[in-house]
Design a protein around this ligand. Structure first.
Ligand code: NAP
Ligand code: HSE
Length: 437
């Protein structure tokens, strides 16, 4: 075992997560050597505005701040770079140059990995360096390491879950307090859950990045952001949630990745999920990931998917792993695990059950007209419920389909929307069910 007495790291970014990592490393300072046989010291902290960042550090550490990446890159004593600046361009440059310079990298950057993961893993492998990213998916919840190591003896068939805290908070408020989407979003913003620009969260893009990473790791085959079909929660109404609840279901924004016989399915979508499923009671800003493997069967991981200290917990766990690997001279031990090339299915070729809400003319023969369009398009109807009429002439109908091909239901709905008897297709929401249910 090669023992360095002090391992030096550089922190890139001192925002929410960077600030958390600084605090967690400090709080571990007295035990790090006992845990790892080595101390870890932050030698530099890169930010754009050193003056602004100084207020976040005690006086004795303000000298660590720099806005010069070169200073870090050229420092041979710094062996670990912890990238927490976020975004693509600068982060990609920092990570690539650090790996090429023989430094190990730990990152929480899902935006980057979901798009450029392969390139960065290749660089890490070429340079025999660690490139770890536990915090990139579901913040403080351990899921990447469990999939790559503890569950490596499985053929994983499904990994799905609630991987965005902001939208889970919004849907929880809509469900528990009957709020409409805009009101719940405003509350999430006030409480600091939603970012100033919440687009990536509410449109499902943040969850889409996590699904791409989870699918790649779980199925040993690269899935990128562009492969993931993404639908956010902006069209979900309090009425949809109430009707779902009457049917014994919650509505959650789910990220779903399935390894089916004819390819990988990867999508993000609001979905009805039965209240008997453990994910239905994951509320507020909590995240949970549910996996199914041929040996382990079902396993669920639950916790804080974001935030200063929970995310820092995952980052620091990775830093400790890097240090252990350095000590035992086995860096790069677990690198890219994508050794297969499984095709990713188009969304139209995926199968789900559907919840439809339609406003139709209230007269004899309307249901027959609708069911004939469904039948023509191979959509089998499992249940039709007529809700209380809003007026004498109009009825609201809720339809639950059997498991049908997405392309078929889309076609049926386009046709239904043109029917004179249909006033509005108010909602089409997927219903989560296991592949064989
Ligand atoms: P943040 O609060 O916006 O902090 C970003 C930090 O990086 C700031 O200190 C900023 O410094 C610095 N920075 C930005 N661009 C830079 C550049 N080009 N060069 C040098 N420094 C730069 O971001 P965050 O929320 O901590 O997120 C960091 C990463 O963690 C992202 O990849 C994010 O997706 C990921 N993540 C975040 C969470 C979470 O809960 N926040 C959870 C999981 C993963 P200035 O202020 O001087 O510009
Ligand atoms: N914005 C994300 C969320 C946290 O709301 O879960 C960062 O991944």
């Amino acid at each position: 075992m090669e023992q360095e007495k002090i391992v030096y790291a550089a922190l890139l970014g001192l925002g929410t997560v960077g600030g958390g990592v600084y605090k967690v490393l400090k709080s571990q300072e007295s035990e790090t050597e006992k845990k790892l046989g080595t101390q870890i010291k932050i030698k530099k902290i890169l930010v754009r505005n050193t003056e602004k960042a100084a207020g976040k550090l005690p006086e004795e550490d303000r000298g660590l701040l720099t806005n010069s990446w070169e200073e870090i890159l050229q420092d041979p004593e710094i062996s670990i770079v912890i990238e927490l600046v976020g975004g693509i361009k600068a982060a990609k440059t920092y990570i690539s140059e650090a790996l090429q310079a023989g430094k190990h990298v730990v990152t929480a950057n899902k935006d980057l990995i979901a798009v450029h993961g392969k390139e960065l893993f290749d660089l890490a492998e070429e340079n025999n360096r660690d490139f770890l990213f536990e915090a990139a998916v579901a913040g403080g919840i351990p899921i990447i390491r469990p999939l790559k190591q503890c569950l490596a003896g499985n053929h994983m068939t499904e990994v799905m879950g609630i991987v965005n805290g902001t939208t889970n908070f919004i849907l929880t408020k809509m469900s528990q307090e009957g709020m409409e989407f805009e009101e719940a979003l405003a509350l999430a913003t006030d409480l600091g859950y939603a970012e100033a620009d919440p687009t990536a969260d509410i449109e499902g893009i943040d969850a889409g990045r996590k699904v791409a990473i989870l699918a790649s790791v779980a199925f040993n085959s690269r899935v990128v952001l562009d492969d993931v079909y993404i639908e956010g929660i902006t069209k979900i109404t309090a009425t949809d949630i109430r009707y779902a609840s009457e049917m014994g279901c919650a509505i959650k924004l789910l990220g779903v990745a399935r390894n089916t016989q004819d390819g990988i399915e990867a999508y993000v979508s609001p979905m009805l999920i039965p209240s008997s499923h453990p994910l239905s009671s994951v509320n507020d800003s909590y995240n949970a990931v549910f996996v199914h493997g041929d040996a382990v069967e079902d396993a669920m991981f639950f916790g804080r998917g974001a935030g200063e200290l929970p995310t820092a917990s995952a980052v620091v766990g990775d830093v400790f792993d890097v240090v252990r690997n350095m000590s035992y001279n086995c860096s790069g031990r677990i690198s890219c695990t994508c050794y297969k090339q499984i095709p990713v299915k188009k969304m139209e070729d995926t199968y789900n059950r559907f919840f439809l809400r339609l406003r139709v003319e209230d007269r004899c023969g309307v249901l027959a007209e609708l069911t004939s369009v469904f039948a023509k398009n191979h959509v089998s109807v499992a249940q039709i419920i007529q809700k209380d009429a809003k007026s004498k002439e109009e009825a609201e109908i809720v339809v639950i389909t059997s498991r049908v091909r997405e392309g078929d239901i889309q076609k049926a709905l386009s046709e239904i929307a043109t029917k004179e008897c249909v006033r509005k297709v108010s909602a089409m929401i997927r219903v989560y069910a296991k592949e064989n249910e």
